[in-house]
Design a protein around this ligand. Sequence first.
Ligand code: NAD
Ligand code: TDX
Length: 339
Amino acid sequence: MQNSKLLITGGSGFIGSNFIRMLLTEKEGYEVYNLDKLTYAGNPENLQDLEADPRYHFIRGDISDETCVKDLFQQETFDGVINFAAESHVDRSIMSAAPFVITNVLGTQILLDAARATGVKRFLQVSTDEVYGSLGKDGYFTETSPLKPNSPYSASKTAADLLVRAAWKTHEYPTLITRCSNNYGPYQFPEKLIPLMIANALEDKPLPVYGDGKNIRDWLHVKDHCEALLCVYEKGKPGEIYNIGGNNEWQNIDIVREILLILGKPESLITYVKDRPGHDRRYAIDATKIKNELGWTPSYTFEKGLEETVHWYVNFRNWWERVRSGEYLNYYEKQYSSR
Ligand code: NAD
Ligand code: TDX
């Protein structure tokens, strides 16, 4: 697909900024409009080196602000929308759920309406494996697994997925949904497991492991996720859902130990803390559909990806030290002081 004018929402966050960087530095024929509210998780520094690129445009705005979204769609004619914008952190949704409903649910509907009204030909909703809930020891999530979200975050993402599905079923509006497993890599906000543990270890602070540390996540490097998203955007069949994952299950405690090993820090930094309420035990994605139908495969091994990521946080210490100041300090205090 060439000469596409894309609206990327949430492009100043972790995955969105990696996606925009990939489009503008590795792919050809894309012009990007990044609509981002710049919440605590949105950081213009993530794309600072691309600001002068004439193919990149930044608009500060809120996807749940109907006037702002309508105005933008009146001013520009987009070929496609990829919706990354979300409140994305499970622990924050446990503290306060309403912002998740406003951005993740209402915001998605407002975008869908504006895109459909102006004839945008493709709408990709970036969703998550958390909509399927939790697995026991065995089995995998497929695209037809029941939706059983357990946190306010995952419930809001599920609601959004259902609205996207309804736009396809009711209006035949060409939508696509992707559901990816846990991402890691550069520019991830240090409230999430991997960057939090790296940053704390570098500062010789305790590493707070929830519960028994044996919860399992299925990890994928953000660059592999971005390639999969572009593959679905370009080749996916309207109305379809595609799971994305790298078949890479790890217990949290083993990842934390691996990070300490790479950094040469002692295991005595590990501190078991009170479990997350409603903590999903295991996620594991069956990505057969995207592999067989669209030909996507991941390229990173976890060992290589984790080592590169740890080194990125070592080299970009200024980046995470800045984002760990300000609002984040209040959050950290609330989240960890009572555990
Ligand atoms: P993030 O929190 O790092 O970034 C979210 C971005 O959205 C930020 O730039 C923020 O400013 C922006 N934003 C928030 N509310 C907004 C609003 N109302 N209007 C406009 N912009 C707004 O999140 P992320 O980890 O990059 O996740 C991106 C998307 O991918 C989310 O939809 C998330 O549910 C999904 N996802 C994430 C993962 C993961 O492991 N991180 C895995 C699967 C799916
Ligand atoms: O301090 C911590 N200690 C800890 O043990 C944190 C922050 C997390 N954990 C555990 C909880 C989870 O089992 O690590 C695991 C990963 O936690 P998060 O990084 O918060 O990710 P998760 O809850 O799995 O959700 C992530 O993956 C799916 C993203 O935040 C979501 O946006 C995405 O949809």
